[in-house]
Design a protein around this ligand. Structure first.
Ligand code: GUN
Length: 302
């Protein structure tokens, strides 16, 4: 090995980790059924025919059933009125068999995403996007539902560090409502010292180099370079970007230059096979959490 280069980073296997979460969710569901006669139910609503959304929704339905839960799927044409969608949400809010509601985003352009999210009962908002859940997370309330992708990142980080993140310096690159901001709140709650960086951050490489934990969620292919990483840091790559290869095909890459970063980091999530599989696993977990809260039952360990 040439001087200054560390060994290869540990690869955090998100696919295996997600399979473990799903297995624990299934055990929790079996317990709820056997001991309380309760079967958690997840409703997913898809408006329109976006191909990527159709794939997500199919996978969600399949994994919901595999976890022993009830899956309700509603497909509506792209020209559905917002009023009709809101009526469906109201119906699901009132249905006791439905513990979790997810309206697949993006919605068609004639709809107002925020108005639809606001219509969902916050206690059934398994995406954690409702303002009530945003507020619960920001204030450290225990009974909120946490957005699935940042929750998945946190579970992998806690596992890596043996449950204790306190005192770590963390940087979250990206300030989206879906990943960056909730990730900030989760890491803060774990007593990390957290910075949220974005497109206007001065000297981003230098800020990254300070961090023991780096979460990349900017949606810019391979933006974070190897020499931006602090040696031994743990790198969580939320990016999923499709880029063209020289031969004309395409491949998926993250927001981090994986080859270079894995020479420096202590541990790193790959793309694909890192954070991606954790999102649906955490959606299932949130559905069990919501079901327990709605029925006044203690949440089984997951
Ligand atoms: N579209 C892509 N990912 C998601 C997600 O996690 N939740 C919702 N509601 N829509 C999405």
């Amino acid at each position: 090995m040439d001087g200054g280069q560390s060994a290869q980073a540990q690869i955090i296997d998100g696919k295996a980790f997600a399979a473990g979460v799903r297995a624990r969710v299934k055990t929790a569901v079996d317990t709820l059924k056997a001991e309380h006669g309760v079967t958690p139910g997840l409703a997913v609503v898809l408006v329109g025919e976006d191909p990527a959304s159709q794939v997500y929704v199919r996978n969600k339905g399949k994994q919901t059933v595999e976890a022993g839960m009830q899956s309700f799927e509603y497909k509506m044409p792209a020209d559905t009125s917002q009023e009709t969608l809101l009526a469906k949400v109201e119906e699901l809010n009132a249905d006791p068999a439905v513990n979790g509601i997810l309206v697949q985003l993006p919605l068609p352009p004639h709809m107002d995403d925020q108005a639809v999210i606001t219509a969902i009962d916050p206690d059934k908002d398994v995406d954690g996007f409702h303002l009530v859940n945003v507020g619960r997370l920001a204030t450290g309330s225990k009974d909120g539902l946490i957005p699935c992708t940042p929750l998945g990142c946190l579970l992998m980080l806690k596992d890596h560090f043996g449950g204790d993140l306190s005192g770590k310096k963390a940087i979250v690159v990206g300030r989206s409502n879906i990943v960056g901001k909730p990730m900030f709140n989760l890491l803060l709650q774990e007593s990390c010292t957290v910075m949220v960086a974005h497109s206007r951050t001065a000297d981003l490489p230098a800020e990254c180099r300070e961090a023991d934990i780096l979460v990349a969620a900017v949606g810019r292919p391979e933006m974070i370079q190897g020499d931006w990483i602090k040696p031994g840091a743990v790198v969580i790559d939320v990016g999923i970007n499709r880029i063209e290869k020289p031969d004309g095909g395409t491949r998926l890459v993250g927001d981090v230059d994986f080859q270079a970063a894995s020479q420096v980091a202590g541990a790193i999530t790959p793309v694909p096979g890192g954070v991606g599989p954790m999102t649906i696993a955490c959606l299932l977990r949130n559905t069990v959490t919501a079901c327990c809260q709605q029925n006044g039952l203690p949440e089984p360990p997951m």
